[in-house]
Design a protein around this ligand. Structure first.
Ligand code: FES
Length: 216
């Protein structure tokens, strides 16, 4: 498939995944247009001491409309937060989609136990992911439209990695037949209120650490 061809042609065998992650992140963060295209929320730039400590980050989701994604930075990583629509949630359960996914039941440790469910989330309407492709570390593009013209009439909504074509669904689950081996990780998070999201802290009773996942 074209994904494999693109992969072969694009990545020098001398570039290791960690190097590629650094390069790709630098490129994206250096592109002002890309950043301003993302919906901006106040919490995107917390106090410097909070960033330095890698402490929890509180995000107000009040104005994140259904279908919209916002991206915040936590521990120098892009965190995708999506307000999923009922239609998007319905797609996640379709047998025709599940049969195309590499790990549809999230059996590999890429999420905390409280997100090890059909929606990979605490609240089905809100998806929270580490936005780093599990292939070589590019930042996947958000493609929520059902039947996106670029991805074909059967596209269920999700993500397309611009580097070598890996695809993920609207729960961050990776498709078969693409270079990325694993689902996108889910970071630790909890809700402090209906629409108050705290990234970096678990719900009471959980001790999940992002470092425990198989791969970021
Ligand atoms: S980095 Fe290769 S497909 Fe995403």
């Amino acid at each position: 498939m074209a994904y494999a061809d693109l992969y072969q042609n694009s990545v020098s065998p001398k570039i290791k995944r960690r190097d590629f992650l650094f390069i790709a992140t630098s490129v994206v963060l250096g592109a002002g247009a890309a950043l301003t295209a993302w919906p901006f929320i106040d919490q995107m730039e917390p106090a410097a001491d909070v960033l330095a400590a890698g402490g929890p980050l509180t995000v107000d989701l009040t104005h994140v409309a259904p279908g919209q994604q916002v991206v915040v930075r936590w521990r120098s990583q892009p965190i995708f937060i999506v307000h999923r629509t009922p239609a998007a949630l319905q797609e996640l359960k379709q047998p025709s989609l599940l049969s195309q996914l590499r790990d549809p039941q999230s059996q590999q440790l890429q999420q905390p136990a409280y997100a090890d469910n059909w929606s990979r989330s605490l609240k089905p309407e809100f998806l929270v992911l580490v936005g780093i492709c599990t292939h070589l570390g590019c930042i996947p593009g958000y493609k929520p439209q059902l039947g996106d013209p670029q991805l074909g009439p059967a596209w269920p909504g999700g993500y397309l990695c611009p580097c070598h074509g890996s695809r993920y669904d609207m729960a961050g689950r990776v498709f078969k037949g693409v270079p990325a081996p694993l689902n996108l990780p889910v970071p630790p998070y909890r809700f402090a209120g209906d629409t108050s999201l705290v990234i970096g802290e678990n719900p009471a009773g959980s001790t999940f650490a992002l470092s425990s996942v198989e791969q970021i």
